[in-house]
Design a protein around this ligand. Sequence first.
Ligand SMILES: [Zn+2]
Length: 131
Amino acid sequence: MFLRPEVSTDLDAEASAREQSWLDQVVAEAARNVEAGGGPFGALVVRGDEVLSTGVNQVTLTFDPTAHAEVVAIRAACLAIGDFRLTGCVLVSSCEPCPLCLSAAMWARLDRVVCTAPFEAWQRRADRIHY
Ligand SMILES: [Zn+2]
């Protein structure tokens, strides 16, 4: 049985300084990825204070519709630790995960998902980064 990971989006009220640092990092990764021709999404997998992996959206660059930032980060974290289970880890995303990414988080058994904003809010802000 898989437990549904806790998804935190109301970070103004509850984000710790550490979580805010992670969120700043994924937003910076997303912005850099746009400059490189990719989509405006970034993600991290964190265990404790250790960043296990980073991921950016590679859908348009690799012609892979599953290469969302969160999936890329999850795949890299699993390779880094040699396990498909990411129990004890947190997925940090620049956007509320889509169904694909949330499912991947559940299959990977991540403890939590932390993201900057619901997808609708991200869409309203995305026009500023010329995607
Ligand atoms: Zn996704």
